[in-house]
Design a protein around this ligand. Structure first.
Ligand code: PLP
Length: 418
C-alpha cells in the first residue's frame, strides 16, 4: 500500500505531480511519501498493541533525519548500528530510552557515545565485545544494559547477502554459548543483562522462520529465568519483507499474531526493529532518459541514475518496478535500463518490458525508499542525489544535491606535486 498513483496518466506522490518536484530539483531524485511512511509505521506498531512493546525503526534502511524526526513524532524508537546513526537518531529527537544499538563491530568510542547518551540497551554480538563494553562502562563508572544477539542457525530463505541468522553468518552468538555468557556477566558490576536479541535476515516472505526464532528466544528466556535472571526485553529484530514484484510477504497482522501467541504470557517487553517494511514502498527514485540505443540483439535505455544511486539491482539482483512519470500507453519494448557508470553491473533492470521512451522522458524506479539513498556512493565522482519528502500537497527538500566542490573539498594535493 502506497501513495504513488497515476491520475489521468500522470504519476502523483500523494497530492503532488512528481514532474513538478523533478522540475524544481532535477534528477536523479529520491521522492518519499510521508503519508505512506506514517501509515506503514502505524499499521505495524498497532498490530502489536496487545503486548507490551517498543517499535525501534531500523535507521539503516533510510536514515534521513527528516524521516527520523517524522517517525519520532509517530512514537517510534530507533535501532542504530553505528555512532553516526546514534547521533542522527538523537538529533531527530528520539528518546535515548527508545534506542537500541546493534552491529558486530561497535568501537569503544561508539559504546561510550551510547552509554553517555543513556540508550536502552546494546545488542552484543561476541564475547569480546561484551568484555570491551564492560571496560568502557567501568571507565565511565556506569553499568551497561545489554542483550545478547543469538545466532539461532535458522534459514530465513532470503537472498544470501541479507540472511543473518545462519551459523556461517558473522552475526550473533551460537545458542549453546549464551547461558555461559550471561552467567559470567552476572558477577560483573558494570554489566546489566536485560535482554535477548535475534535478527535472522531481511526481506522475509514467510512467517515460519520468524516463529522458529521466537520459540528459540522463548526457550532461552525460560532457561535464564530459571537461573534467576530478569530478562525484560526480547528483541525480535526486523526483516519483514515487502512487495517489489510479486512476492507475498505476510501482513504485519499475520506476523504479529503469530509472535504474540507465543509470547503473551511472558512478563517481557517486545522490541521490534522494522526497516524495509516501513520505508521500502514509500520512496521512488526518479531518473531521466539520457539516450536510447538499439541493435538487432538489444534495446538499451540509458538513464541518469546509476548503481551509485541505487545499488540494489547490481548488488542483490533485486527487482524494482520501473514506470514512466507520464503513462502514454505507447507500444512496449523489452530493454535493459542502465546507468551512466562504467561497469556492466550498472543496471536498474534487465530484459524489462517497458513502454517506449525517448530522450528527456522521466522514469520512476519504485520501492526505492529502503536501502536506496543510504547505500549510494560517489563512484565515478558522481554527486549524490537530492531527497524530497511529500506531505499532502506540500513537498520539502530534505537533502539537497551534493556538489562536486563538496566532494573535492575533502581531498588535498601534497605540496610536492604542486
Ligand atoms: C538491517 C537490520 C534491521 C532491519 O531489517 P529490515 O529487513 O529492513 O526490516 C533490523 N535489525 C538489525 C539488527 C539489522 O541489522
Amino acid at each position: 500500500m502506497h501513495y504513488f498513483l497515476y491520475r489521468e496518466g500522470e504519476l502523483y506522490c500523494e497530492e503532488v505531480p512528481v514532474r513538478k518536484i523533478v522540475e524544481r530539483y532535477g534528477t536523479p531524485l529520491y521522492v518519499y511519501s510521508a503519508k505512506t511512511i506514517k501509515r506503514h509505521f502505524q499499521v505495524f506498531d498497532s498490530s502489536f498493541k496487545e503486548i507490551e512493546h517498543l517499535t525501534c525503526y531500523s535507521v539503516k534502511a533510510n536514515s534521513n533525519i527528516a524521516i527520523l524526526a517524522m517517525l519520532c513524532k509517530e512514537g517510534a524508537g530507533a535501532d542504530v548500528v553505528s555512532g553516526g546513526e546514534l547521533i542522527r537518531a538523537l538529533k531527530a529527537g528520539i528518546s535515548p530510552q527508545k534506542i537500541v544499538f546493534s552491529g558486530v563491530g561497535k568501537t569503544p568510542e561508539e559504546m561510550q557515545l551510547g552509554l553517555e547518551a543513556g540508550i536502552l540497551l546494546f545488542n552484543v554480538e561476541s564475547a569480546e565485545e561484551l568484555e570491551v563494553l564492560s571496560e568502557v562502562a567501568k571507565k565511565l563508572k556506569t553499568k551497561a544494559p545489554f542483550a545478547i544477539r543469538v545466532n539461532p542457525n535458522i534459514d530465513p530463505k532470503t537472498h544470501p547477502y541479507i540472511s543473518t541468522g545462519l551459523k556461517k553468518n558473522k552475526f550473533g552468538i551460537p545458542e549453546e554459548e549464551i547461558i555461559d555468557l550471561y552467567k559470567k556477566a552476572k558477577d560483573n558490576s558494570h554489566l546489566q543483562p536485560i535482554g535477548l536479541d535475534i535478527h535472522i535476515g531481511s526481506q522475509l516472505t514467510q512467517v515460519s522462520p520468524f516463529l522458529e526464532a521466537v520459540k528459540r528466544l522463548k526457550e532461552l528466556w525460560q532457561e535464564l529465568n530459571h537461573l534467576g535472571f530478569e530478562i525484560k526485553y526480547l528483541d525480535l529484530g526486523g526483516g519483514l519483507g515487502i512487495v517489489y514484484e510479486s512476492e507475498e510477504p505476510p501482513l504485519p497482522e499475520e506476523y504479529s499474531s503469530a509472535v504474540i501467541k507465543e509470547l503473551k504470557d511472558l512478563p517481557i517487553t517486545l522490541i521490534l526493529e522494522p526497516g524495509r517494511v516501513i520505508v521500502g514502498n514509500a520512496g521512488i527514485l526518479v531518473t531521466k532518459v539520457l539516450y536510447t540505443k538499439s541493435s538487432k540483439e538489444k534495446n538499451f535505455i540509458i538513464v541518469d541514475a546509476g548503481m551509485n544511486d541505487l545499488i540494489r539491482p547490481a548488488f542483490y539482483q533485486a527487482y524494482h518496478k520501473i514506470i514512466p512519470l507520464e503513462d502514454k500507453r505507447d507500444e512496449e519494448i523489452v530493454a535493459d535500463i542502465v546507468g551512466p557508470i562504467c561497469e556492466s553491473g550498472d543496471f536498474l533492470a534487465k530484459e524489462r518490458k517497458i513502454s517506449k521512451v525517448q530522450r528527456g522522458d522521466y522514469l520512476a524506479v519504485m520501492s526505492a525508499g529502503a536501502y536506496g539513498f543510504v547505500m549510494s556512493s560517489n563512484y565515478n565522482s558522481r554527486a549524490r542525489a537530492a531527497e524530497v519528502l511529500v506531505e499532502g500537497d506540500n513537498f520539502f527538500l530534505i537533502r539537497r544535491r551534493e556538489t562536486i566542490e563538496e566532494l573535492l573539498a575533502l581531498e588535498v594535493i601534497p605540496d610536492i606535486y604542486l
